[in-house]
Design a protein around this ligand. Structure first.
Ligand SMILES: Cc1cc2nc3c(=O)[nH]c(=O)nc-3n(C[C@H](O)[C@H](O)[C@H](O)COP(=O)(O)OP(=O)(O)OC[C@H]3O[C@@H](n4cnc5c(N)ncnc54)[C@H](O)[C@@H]3O)c2cc1C
Length: 387
């Protein structure tokens, strides 16, 4: 795959091993079936235990059977999974960064022991429910409430767009704790067989089709005090998880674009028109040159972000800039790749249009492109333009 400035040469042994394992997994297990799943609107659930066996769930966390790998190794894993499909990377991102990370960082010892080993192996699946039907870009507006009754909380509200929820064992539901002053947002670990919880799949999607997206109704769901994350209160909880997941997206978007590039580089030399390969025409060469340059720039940003994260110097605004740049790049370049494939480009036989459709979701979730530009604008001026 594209490595124009030789970034591979600087990878450590662990990073190369993770990259190679994910690349092999995607070649053998994702590529052969993913177009069928995309068409059918299904997620290949049979891959979950295999992903667990290979250590693809939160390998950048330590203890509880997790690998404690470098941030770059984790990023490369996300890159390779998304080269297969954004749905596969999303499943792993939600499991690792949005559910295991908060349990690991803010959970009690009992919560960690209950969930982390099983989620690490893929025996248990997690989902993250922050977004509500009326509150997406501004999750602080959430209405889902947790009312304290003795040693329990009673949860009432609605959540929308929760990835994995219909196949999950546990959903981390963010809700306002009405028993405390200011109704702070807290994280509740809700098992999906809980009474009063209704989980429905959202099937009518034109993007991220090989992924489970769900909506949740919580109608008096009882959660014991032991299932509340004790270590965090307020929006810092969900927002810190999003920073972790967005870091994975920064790499994943590069993977999707690399897969598009590989596809069209080969096509441009094979496909002949006017008696020669289309790659021999200046217009097509310009597209390849733009694509390779944009991908390489995004790779450099991802690698730099990994170094900052490793050193504990990565700020959420750094992640916003990288998501802003890399996802826009993958969205634009997957479209150019589709165009270079001509009529064949609109079929499922080739990956670019699938990636292109997926990028509409990736551009929107985990903070829309607009919201990341506002985060950057605020950082650069000191003035918030959110409201
Ligand atoms: C397939 C998929 C999977 C998802 N998975 C999850 C998940 O697992 N868990 C979860 O909690 N959520 C998930 N989401 C939800 C996702 O994070 C939200 O869709 C996203 O935050 C945007 O919210 P919204 O859809 O309500 O759009 P809105 O917030 O209504 O935004 C609509 C438009 O207005 C723009 N806009 C909003 N505010 C401003 C402003 N202040 N200034 C300028 N423009 C603005 C936006 O950029 C956007 O273009 C998922 C979404 C999708 C599509």
């Amino acid at each position: 795959m594209l490595d124009y400035v030789g970034l591979d040469a600087d990878l450590g042994e662990e990073e190369r091993a993770m990259r190679d394992s994910a690349r092999e997994f995607v070649d053998d297990r994702v590529r052969p079936e993913i177009a069928d799943h995309f068409e059918a609107g299904t997620f290949p659930t049979e891959l979950i235990p295999e992903m667990g066996e290979r250590g693809f769930f939160a390998p950048n966390l330590d203890g509880y059977g997790l690998a404690d790998c470098s941030q770059k190794a984790y990023g490369l894993l996300m890159q390779e999974l998304e080269a297969g499909d954004s749905g596969v990377r999303s499943m792993a991102s939600v499991q690792g960064a949005l559910v295991m990370y908060p349990i690991h960082t803010y959970g009690s010892e009992a919560q960690k022991e209950r969930w982390l080993p099983d989620m690490g192996t893929g025996e248990a699946v997690g989902a993250f429910a922050l977004t509500e039907p009326e509150h997406g870009s501004n999750p602080a507006g959430m209405e889902t409430a947790a009312e304290k009754e003795g040693g329990e909380y009673v949860l009432t509200g609605q959540k929308r767009w929760s990835t994995n929820a219909s196949i999950a064992d546990v959903v981390l539901v963010w809700a306002r704790d009405t028993s405390e002053e200011g109704d702070p947002v807290r994280g509740f670990l809700v098992e999906t067989d809980s009474e009063g919880l209704d989980v429905r799949s959202i099937d009518e999607k034109l993007s991220l089709r090989a992924s489970v997206s769900s909506e949740l109704d919580l109608d008096g769901v009882r959660v014991s005090e032991e299932d509340v994350l004790p270590g965090v209160s307020g929006m810092k909880g969900p927002l810190s998880c999003l920073t972790q997941a967005r870091y994975g997206i920064v790499w994943g978007a590069v993977g999707a674009a690399m897969d598009c590039f590989d596809t069209v580089q080969e096509y441009a030399t094979d496909r002949e028109q006017f008696g020669k390969p289309i790659g021999g025409f200046q217009l097509q060469q310009n597209k390849l040159a733009e694509m390779a340059t944009s991908i390489t720039t995004a790779q450099l940003l991802a690698h730099r972000l990994a170094d900052l994260k490793e050193r504990g110097e990565m700020r959420p605004q750094h992640v916003s800039m990288a998501k802003f740049n890399n996802v826009r790049m993958a969205r634009d370049q997957s479209r150019v790749a589709r165009e270079m494939l001509g009529g064949n480009g609109i079929t499922l036989e080739y990956s670019p249009m699938r990636h292109m459709a997926n990028m509409e979701t990736v551009y929107t979730y985990e903070g829309t492109h607009d919201i990341h530009s506002l985060i950057l604008g605020q950082d650069l001026t000191g003035i918030s333009a959110f409201e």
